[in-house]
Ligand binder design. Structure first.
Ligand code: SF4
Length: 479
């Protein structure tokens, strides 16, 4: 471990002016308050008696849903979810989740990219786990192993829970890496990677941390020479009042102190019901000009960040069965977000997390859902791409065709074209494609293994991934 971190004078001055209010999110944690009748009366309606009976039967068994993924909900989210089946599914534990526990404990083989506890170093970018919880929990979470504090096998064969990043370790690593890159003419002498330019604060949700802690990370990263900081959060949906004057003042002070360091807020809305107001008939309320009306708390929060022109705000979200696998909802969401200055970055296919079959829609369905949602939108509203996170890196589901390609055996039902957007280990791989014959039921890459037609991207050099994910559940590994 590196020596205790000491802020610079400039950092300390910035930190001295940061205000860290406490917030009352009115969170219900776990199912026990519902089982014991201790949940506030109005929020108790989240589960019916029958649902609680089913969930209680699973308590302490292999199929305990809370053991797979802890349960948590804020009052703000529950108020929205009352009028939205998709939102209820997002936060409500369901016995279906643990019917099939197949999946990977370390989706994307993230531990392969972790040189320091709590950091994933992916080419020019680092992702840090700075906290292991959120204000509420999405049942489909692809960080369930971190949030549920499960044991993960490391590259060296040891088994331990995922730890959180510590400022002194990260700063030491960034400085060492970037010094080696500089001395070697722009590429790291051993890994061939470029400068570590950008760091993403992730978790869990960093917005659960107090402003002082977020500011400590920002200051330390800026002083270490990081050019751009990202923060990934779902707090706009779970508790938008967190984006208050104290937080915005901290951002402003940060920008004044380090004007050359970029800041990007990566938000996570799955569904427009998370921020738009509805009428009693279930339709969205409209402003006089016909545009949809935002929830006042979310509107205030969003205006606060977007009005700072130096803050980029981008939305990204997975497409999940029963939550947002709906082209109409995605169309409204993309249009409404772009109108207030939020970019639509990625939509994701669900990952191969433990129990992924309960949440993921087939890859081709997800692509079609997004493609249909973008029909009739303008070009600027349709920047979002359909991405699937291969262990090599972000991969676009670029196209799904319906017709056979003349002369190409295996393409009789059409093909799926994957394209590497970024390889976490090798930048030159960008743009390489892989073409497979269609399989409308495919939920993960292994469902295409028997129909690969062309693979310059190397997506199906995949034996270790398949073996690990199947062995984890005792499923027979096919030769
Ligand atoms: S907000 Fe993100 S990290 Fe938190 S539970 Fe949802 S998906 Fe997981």
């Amino acid at each position: 471990m590196a020596e205790k971190y000491v802020p610079t004078e400039r950092e300390q001055k910035f930190l001295d002016g940061v205000e860290s209010p406490r917030y009352d999110r009115q969170i219900i944690t776990g199912l026990t308050p519902f089982f014991t009748g201790k949940a506030p009366e109005d929020m108790a309606a989240l589960y019916s008696e029958a649902e609680l009976g089913e969930l209680k039967k699973l308590k302490g068994t292999e199929r305990d849903v809370e053991k797979r993924m802890p349960v948590k909900v804020t009052r703000h989210y529950w108020d929205l979810a009352k009028n939205s089946a998709g939102l209820r599914r997002l936060v409500k534990a369901s016995p279906d989740e643990t019917l099939n526990l197949q999946g990977s404990e370390d989706p994307g083989h993230q531990m392969d990219y972790s040189p320091v506890e709590g950091l994933l170093h992916k080419y020019e970018m680092g992702l840090m786990y700075v906290i292991s919880t959120c204000s509420a929990h999405c049942r489909f979470c692809y960080r369930e192993e971190l949030i549920a504090q499960k044991d993960i096998e490391r590259q060296d064969g040891t088994v331990a829970k995922k730890g959180l990043a510590q400022i002194e370790d990260i700063v030491a690593y960034v400085k060492e890496h970037n010094a080696a890159v500089e001395q070697n003419g722009g590429l790291h002498p051993e890994t061939g990677r470029e400068k570590l330019r950008e760091i993403l604060l992730s978790g869990g949700d960093p917005m659960v941390l107090p402003n002082a802690k977020i500011a400590a990370w920002f200051g330390a990263l800026a002083e270490a020479g990081i050019e751009s900081i990202r923060l990934g959060t779902k707090e706009m949906a779970f508790f938008p009042n967190r984006f208050d004057d104290a937080f915005l003042a901290m951002l402003d002070r940060f920008h004044e102190t380090w004007p050359d360091v970029g800041f990007r807020l990566m938000i996570h809305f799955n569904h427009p019901d998370e921020f738009l107001l509805k009428n009693d008939d279930g339709n969205y309320r409209q402003n006089p000009n016909g545009s949809p009306m935002w929830h006042p708390d979310t509107k205030r929060a969003m205006e606060g960040v977007v009005s700072r022109g130096w803050v980029n705000v981008e939305n990204q979200a997975p497409i999940i069965k029963g939550i947002n696998d709906d082209p109409g909802a995605l169309r409204i969401m993309q249009r409404a977000l772009y109108r207030v200055g939020v970019g639509n970055h990625y939509f994701f296919c669900g990952r191969d997390i433990v129990a992924y079959k309960a949440f993921n829609v087939p890859i081709e369905t997800a692509w079609k859902t997004l493609n249909d949602s973008q029909k009739g939108l303008s070009g600027v509203e349709t920047h979002a791409r359909m991405s699937i996170t291969h262990y090599k890196g972000k991969t676009e589901v670029a196209a799904v065709t319906n017709e056979a390609i003349p002369g190409l055996a295996g393409s009789e039902n059409g093909v799926v074209v994957f394209k590497i957007l970024r390889n976490a280990a090798s930048a030159p791989d960008r743009g390489k494609v892989c073409i497979v014959g269609r399989n409308p039921d495919a939920i993960w890459f292994d469902d295409y293994e028997d129909r690969v037609l062309y693979d310059e991207a190397g997506l199906f050099d995949y034996a270790r991934v398949k073996k690990a994910s199947l062995e984890a559940t005792g499923t027979e590994v096919k030769p």
